[in-house]
Design a protein around this ligand. Structure first.
Ligand code: ZN
Length: 279
């Protein structure tokens, strides 16, 4: 178990030491052994421990203020030079597309079965870079129809460049293909071999040509009904992160690919829903 260290010089020092300790040998390099003096030259050998005649330094304690009393280096080791802050390069958008292999087919058992309108061979597994709600760059996944790969990839590139945040983007199979559970988790998804809610007609999701985007921020609203229920605060479409509005960068990105938005439907509005057919 690791304990939480306070920020400040002591914390920075601990981080630097931790980093130094995390450098693993590369492939083909011998692992250092405790007796290998050559390999241990990376870390200076500890100098003698402070003697009782030296000016006592306050020992670190849970109540010590690290800003006032920096903790001494462990074992009397010389303090390393302050680490230079490393500015990582701005991450770029990346996307992959692959056929559904046996392993993925097994994972997709909840969302696909014999009798679905599209065979697995016509579906593709995508990984797509997107932003999280904290601005972080993460990789999500979607299953879409093979003929939608280019359009969907272009849309998500545009969403990434617009800084549009996506809460979660995992296959509905992680929610046992339960649309209510996926929506409640604010999960963005595409393929799901299911009927339109309340009907016996295949949903556009059953063809892999529809995407539900941030369902909590963009719920399905029918009269007083809001789905998922957690989307109730967003039913009247506030200006908030993730909330899609007419003509915004999200709607424009899908429109550029020829996809329509359920937020334009007469009657019930499906604000999370974008599809190739507009249905
Ligand atoms: Zn939908």
């Amino acid at each position: 178990m690791r304990t939480r260290r306070p920020a400040g010089p002591a914390g920075a020092l601990a981080g630097a030491l931790l980093l130094a300790g995390c450098v693993a040998p590369g492939p083909g390099e011998p692992a250092p052994t405790p007796r290998s003096s050559a390999a241990s030259t990376v870390a200076p050998a500890p100098t003698r421990a402070p003697s009782p005649t030296q000016t006592p330094t306050p020992a670190p304690s849970p109540t010590a203020d690290p800003a006032l009393a920096p903790a001494p280096p462990p074992d009397g080791a010389p303090a390393p030079a302050p680490a230079e802050p490393v500015q990582p390069p701005e991450p770029a958008f990346a996307a992959t597309s692959a056929p559904i292999g046996p392993e993925l087919a097994a994972r997709m058992a909840p969302s696909w079965r014999a009798g679905c309108p599209v065979p697995l061979e016509e579906l593709r597994y995508l990984t797509l870079t997107h932003r999280g709600f904290g601005g972080e760059v993460v990789t999500g996944e979607l299953v879409v129809h093979a003929d939608a790969v280019e359009a969907v990839t272009g849309v998500f590139r545009a969403l990434f460049e617009a800084g549009y945040p996506i809460r979660s983007m995992r296959l509905v199979d992680d929610f046992d293909a339960d649309d209510d559970a996926s929506m409640a988790a604010d999960n963005t998804s595409a393929f799901n071999c299911r009927a339109v809610a309340g009907t016996s007609s295949w949903s556009e999701h059953a063809y892999g040509r529809a995407i539900d985007l941030n369902p909590v921020e963009n719920p399905y609203v029918s009269g007083a009904g809001v789905f998922p229920p957690a989307g109730a605060p967003f039913a009247d479409r506030p200006q908030a992160p993730g909330v899609v509005h007419p003509g915004d960068a999200v709607v424009r990105a899908f429109a550029a690919a020829g996809w329509g938005w359920g937020g334009t439907w007469r009657g019930a509005k499906d604000y999370q829903h974008f599809s190739a057919t507009g249905r």
